[in-house]
Design a protein around this ligand. Sequence first.
Ligand SMILES: [Zn+2]
Ligand SMILES: [Zn+2]
Length: 358
Amino acid sequence: MKAIAITPRVPNSARVVDVPEPKVTNDQVLVRMIRAGICGTDAEINSGAFGAAPPGFEYLILGHENFGQVERVGSRTSRFKKGDYVVATVRRPCDCLNCAAGESDMCLKDQFTERGIRRQHGFLAEYYVDTEDFLIAIPAPLRDVAVLLEPYSIVAKAMWQAWKIQERMVWQPQTALVTGAGTIGLLAALALRARGLQVVICARSKKGTLNSMLAQEMGATYVSLQDTPLDEISKLLGNRVDVIFEATGHGPTALKTLELVTTNGIVLLNSVTSASHPVTLDSDALNMRMVLGNMLAVGVVNANRKYFEMGVQAFEDFSERFPGILERMLTLRVALRDFSSDLFKRQGVKTTIEIHPD
Ligand SMILES: [Zn+2]
Ligand SMILES: [Zn+2]
């Protein structure tokens, strides 16, 4: 079968390869991929920054944002049948306490694996096999947007954890700032709008891009950092920023958000930043703000199946309240055979690789 693979730690090695089709055991399900999304994580793996091949392989099949259809089920499986639409989770557990409790996203040992990222092949292939525990059933009406479920699962986790943590007090958030207007930033803005918050989303691009138009259609205010510096954005929210969702991929901006959140607020840090940007900051002033304002910063990585399931519910809600927005985030569709690593120089919102389109 055809797949997209990289050689770990070799810059710009992503290519179309021919590999054997995976064999399905009695405990597994064989899934025929419909499409996969690509994102900054894939680009960083292709740059050689990280990524590891499965034991015994010199290559890693890329791809973690996935959507497919069950092709065949093993005799000892019971939850799926041929034709069911599914999205697979990404992280696979180790034997630590949290992994054993179904929360591999909170792994204690750093021995987890991740499909398409770390020691397990990914989903940029014609077929994959997996066990039922890691497959999420997708209702047919969501089939056109389900490839966005994996990126949304991280947003779902961030939202659920933020509201859970903030049970530390009576908390009635009204305002939110999202930094970064890529797929994750836009999905976060949508989730925050759905919770009824006033949302400002900022990014470097001028107004007029599709990203800025989608933000405005969901009722968020889009601010270009070319027009308004980050320091001045809280004025647009009445000098009150209850929630900050950081998704720029830029360390100095991530740190800066700690200076923008207001009393009792929460900063959700979601960017993977593998570059290096040393900064000078007034550590005492920052510490003082955080202490006197009861402020909180939380890192959020990956998601377990609970958050994917929340995502399915959220997508059903969004399709009624914000019709067409998720669909319009899928901006570029490329056939598997036409894959090239130029696609990582992203334009638009989400690029998908069409493997077996419906
Ligand atoms: Zn991704
Ligand atoms: Zn673990």
